[in-house]
Design a protein around this ligand. Structure first.
Ligand code: NAD
Length: 477
């Protein structure tokens, strides 16, 4: 008997009115793991009605009380962390040892926005003694949150927490490959004191649920995280409704290593940049730009670091499997592209196999050299543990290569020269620049893209302005 994952609407588990169930496969074995409801547009309509009704109540709850409920949700996430972590690890294949940090991050989003909402307000604009002029920030209403499969809990929290904090209600849709933990999060929200219907989850296929959400007149804003392709499709429908979107899309982020950097730290950090979460990371540093005079030595260091990684199903593995069968296949197709384009494979370049890996979807972390920045491997997002190393001459050349991409999500800089760090950071066309490490930033730091990586920002205080509408009130005294 397999577990059935169903929508959570109006404060309770809600079976789909039509649509049946689809099979969700286990990335560690390739066999059936659970059954996922394939909800229909009619289910979306019902869920949105619930969210719209809850909005009438939630919008008028005092900010301090809304904040208290969100902080309580943060506490419940920590208290239920082990169970939430098990669900996420089971559905995604993430190594178990990574889950406590991700649960902590998820809780932090609710704690941060639960606190910040107490100090978020409009402004008084002085227009002399004859006027009283002020601004206020009003919630939109029902926010649709559409999410991919690579980071189920904290990615959901970073959109849902600020949306709820300022008085919106939410209908969230996670990829059909990893819906389980989001349903649990919505259940905990009710326990935390949010009104039933404030935080709803619809389970189903993106191609059905996504358009139904964007077309629905009661949805007032969409926060979408996913591929450029799906973002464009949603954008076309949204244009007809003048529906505001936050788009968090893909990346092919440059990670720049200068010859004056700490090469040990840079090699370790650059490997993490493209192998964390088996490379299924929007900000992954997958175009590694290395100053030409240290190129060969640096590649040797990379290969050594990669060979020390342990890919597998174990709790303490450094990398787990690829989460979906389609993505597993897509990465292998890029190995063929690399061969056709004449790249040299320094390490990896194939499916990881061996006794303990069975028929799981494992890929060997892979380093390619001999690439130019205009080849397919350097231009397209692969979304797997594959890095392309490209040499550069000097600072100007590094900036030119880094910016020569249709994407602009993140970038890394490794250098001990602080002047250079600031100069390069100022010129890079990317929404997040990390220096002398390659990590995911903080709950408090905005995240979002330049160019085709999207627009709008999640995380940080700035995200609140994307979940509210600014209104001016001008009173003649
Ligand atoms: P995807 O675009 O296929 O799916 C994302 C979500 O959209 C899923 O819930 C999916 O069911 C839904 N969807 C799919 N087709 C749709 C359509 N036509 N209309 C509406 N919704 C639709 O992306 P994915 O393969 O699940 O995720 C990988 C992509 O997400 C990568 O490109 C990655 O870079 C990106 N991503 C971006 C960020 C970020 O913060 N910028 C974070 C994580 C992942």
């Amino acid at each position: 008997m397999f577990q059935k994952i169903e929508s959570f609407v109006g404060g309770e588990a809600t079976p789909a009115v039509e649509g049946g169930f689809g099979e969700k496969l286990d990335p560690r074995t390739g066999s059936k793991l659970e059954e996922v409801a394939y909800s229909s547009a009619a289910d979306v309509g019902k869920a949105i009605d619930n969210a719209a009704e809850a909005f009438e109540l939630w919008r008028d709850v005092r900010p301090s009380e809304r904040g208290r409920a969100l902080v309580e949700l943060g506490r419940l996430i920590r208290a239920n962390g082990e169970r939430l972590g098990e669900i996420e690890s089971r559905e995604t294949g993430k190594p178990g040892h990574e889950m406590p940090a991700l649960i902590d991050l998820t809780a932090q989003f609710f704690e941060f926005y639960g606190g910040v909402v107490n100090v978020m307000d409009g402004d008084i604009i002085n227009q002399g003694p004859d006027y009283h002029v002020y601004t206020r920030r009003d919630p939109f209403g029902v926010i649709g949150v559409i999410l991919p499969w690579n980071a189920p809990l904290h990615q959901a929290a970073r959109a849902i927490a600020p949306a709820l904090a300022v008085g919106n209600t939410v209908l969230a849709k996670r990829s059909e490959h990893t819906p389980g933990s989001l349903v649990e999060l919505a259940r905990l929200a009710v326990q935390a004191g949010l009104p039933a219907g404030a935080f709803n989850v619809i389970v189903g296929k993106g191609s059905v649920i996504g358009p139904a959400m964007v077309e629905h007149p009661k949805i007032q804003k969409i926060s979408f995280t996913g591929s450029v392709r799906a973002g464009q499709e949603l954008g076309r429908i949204a244009a007809d409704r003048i529906l505001p979107l936050t788009l968090e899309l893909g990346g092919k982020s440059a990670n720049i290593v200068f010859d004056d950097s700490d090469l040990d730290a840079a090699a370790k950090g650059s490997v993490r940049a493209f192998t964390w979460n088996s490379g299924q990371w929007c900000c992954a540093g997958t175009r590694l730009l290395v100053q030409e005079n240290i190129h060969d030595e640096f590649v040797q260091r990379l290969v050594k670091e990669v060979k020390a990684l342990r890919v597998g199903p174990e709790h303490d593995a450094t990398s787990g499997p690829i989460t979906t069968a389609a993505q597993f296949k897509k990465i292998q197709e890029y190995f063929d592209v690399a061969e056709k384009e004449g790249l040299s494979c320094a390490v990896g370049g194939k499916v990881a196999s061996g006794g303990h890996l069975g028929s799981g979807w494992y890929i060997e972390p892979t380093v390619y050299t001999g690439a130019t920045n205009d080849g397919t491997m350097a231009r397209e997002e692969i979304f797997g543990p594959v890095v392309i190393v490209i040499p550069f001459k000097d600072e100007a050349d590094a900036v030119r290569l880094a910016n020569d991409s249709e994407f602009g999500l993140a970038a890394g800089i490794w250098s001990r020269d602080i002047g250079r760090v600031h100069r390069v950071a100022a010129r890079l066309e990317a929404g997040r620049i990390v220096v002398n490490e390659y990590g995911g930033g903080f709950v408090q730091t905005p995240c979002g893209g330049f160019k085709n990586s999207g627009y709008g920002r999640e995380q940080g205080i700035d995200a609140l302005s994307h979940y509210t509408q600014l209104k001016s009130i001008i009173i003649r005294l």
